[in-house]
Design a protein around this ligand. Structure first.
Ligand code: TRP
Ligand code: ZN
Length: 465
């Protein structure tokens, strides 16, 4: 107020505002510190939607130290007085929101940010977090390792289901997908491979030989699918006959063992394109890194990570996830069977189309297992806890659900479903209800038979009769 006189005149209005409004006159409240995922309730955050992550990382394998700047563009879904990112370990040096210093506090994996000016619903805002430290390895409820894994010559960042919070702050729930720029600076002699396409490589002018690799991910990606592999790699770039760029990076110790299977990658992508529809992303490939602690493969976007030379079936599986999981992504971790059931079914179908067992043979073999077999221990759509989201019922019995659908709707409609489902939800999220409703809607007259599949195979306890 410029003069006391105006103040006097406006006094009743100001008093009212003081009672009802906060700083800046916005009725902001804090965003939720979790999205109530059925298995990981504290994962993700409410009140905003990330559009883009611009990550600038530097890592030194000798000191294990990561220095990062995360420039995150998001849109406020409500008036916000504060909001959270998920970040575990690391030390936060500073946080700004739209260029102004913000107050940051940490508790567990929650980084709470109180911007200088409250945010209004619909605002697009940029948060810059500067952080550093030795990123941690996370042990999941099922005992597997993710997050930041050290390797003999570098490190590997892996994020399913929660690990990406070990190397960058963000909204680490699969329901908030965003585009990415991931720029990594590493010392002389090592390389940095990530998702998307390599847009720039530059060497430091200080004579150190440090190199910066800039990777751009133009299609939306769930944070659990982000990766960075640092180390010595044999890289190769080519294009498939249909013009899709292929980038592979292989640990030299795995090169001999990987050569033959990776040579078939274009053929696998071409077959999957025929079966599942257009490849959803702007490039494909693979990362083969000797990673003992993980010991599993992951369908990281554009190029899956393998802990050693993969077999052909595993390559088929991880690349099938580019459609089922990476393009159409589970809405919550309960919908995991939509990832793994389809990726497993892709393996069955590959065999069927390549003179191996038919999917019916594979189904029959699994069907013949005893009722005490682990595959029947819980229904695919309802794992008993977070420790079981990657167990056999999610994979094999999940694929059996799809095969039961095939038996009911017949091959023409089933093969058209394999294409239309990822097309319908391209770059989005879907849950089990979306899937069952979609299948029923496309197959009028079969609702009752399908309802039986959902009841016995998807949600039923024990081995179906
Ligand atoms: N999604 C991986 C695959 O099947 C397996 C996997 C790795 C996984 N880490 C996980 C599954 C964590 C569930 C949770 O290709
Ligand atoms: Zn899988």
């Amino acid at each position: 107020m410029r003069t006391p006189r105006v103040l006097v005149t406006l006094w009743p209005l100001l008093a009212l505002l003081a009672l009802t409004a906060c700083h800046g006159g916005v009725h902001g409240t804090p965003g939720r510190s979790g999205l109530r995922d059925p298995y990981f309730p504290r994962l993700g955050n409410g009140g905003y939607d990330v559009a883009h992550y611009d990550l600038g990382l530097a890592y030194d394998p000798d000191t294990h130290r990561l220095t990062g700047t995360a420039d995150i563009t998001a849109k406020a879904g409500k008036d916000l007085s504060a909001f959270n990112f998920d970040l575990t370990g690391m030390t936060v040096k500073s946080v700004t929101v739209d260029g102004e210093e913000a107050v940051a506090s940490r508790a567990g994996h929650e980084l709470t940010i109180r911007p200088h000016d409250e945010l209004r619903r619909g605002d697009t805002f940029r948060t810059v977090v500067r952080y550093s430290g030795e990123p941690v390895t996370i042990t999941d409820p099922d005992g597997s390792k993710e997050g930041w894994l050290r390797t003999a010559d570098g490190a590997l960042g892996l994020g399913e289901p929660t690990g990406s919070m070990a190397w960058f702050p963000g909204n680490h729930h699969p329901s908030d997908k965003a585009t990415y720029d991931i720029t990594v600076t590493v010392p002389k002699g090592v390389q940095a491979v990530s998702n998307g396409e390599l847009t720039r490589t530059s060497t430091a002018t200080d004579g150190s030989g440090a190199t910066t690799y800039a990777w751009h991910v133009p299609q939306p990606m769930a944070s659990y699918l982000a990766t960075v592999a640092i180390g010595e790699f044999r890289t190769s770039s080519s294009t498939t006959p249909s013009g899709l760029p292929v980038h592979t990076a292989v640990d030299p110790r795995e090169e001999a063992a990987s050569a033959k299977v990776l040579a078939r990658l274009p053929e696998v992508v071409a077959w999957e394109t025929k079966r599942f529809g257009p490849y959803p992303f702007s490039s494909t490939g693979a990362i083969v890194d000797r990673e003992g602690d993980a010991g599993y493969a992951l369908e990281t976007q554009n190029r899956p990570v393998f802990p050693g030379a993969p077999g052909l079936g595993l390559l088929v599986h991880e690349l099938a996830h580019q459609w089922y999981g990476d393009s159409v992504t589970p809405r919550s971790w309960r919908d995991m069977w939509l990832n793994e059931g389809f990726a497993t079914y892709a393996e069955w179908l590959w065999d069927e189309d390549h003179d191996g067992d038919t999917a019916q043979d594979t189904f029959d073999t699994l069907r013949a297992t005893s009722a005490s077999d682990g595959i029947w221990s819980f229904p695919p759509a309802e794992p008993p806890s977070a420790a079981h989201i990657s167990d056999a019922p999610v994979y094999e019995r999940g694929a059996m659900v799809l095969h039961r659908v095939r038996q009911i709707i017949g091959d023409p409609d089933f093969f058209s479903l394999l294409k239309s489902w990822p097309r319908e939800h391209k770059y989005g999220n879907a849950d089990t209800d979306d899937f069952t409703a979609y299948v029923e809607k496309r197959n009028p007259g079969k609702e009752e038979a399908l309802a039986g599949v959902w009841k016995d195979w998807l949600y039923g306890n024990g081995k179906p009769k």
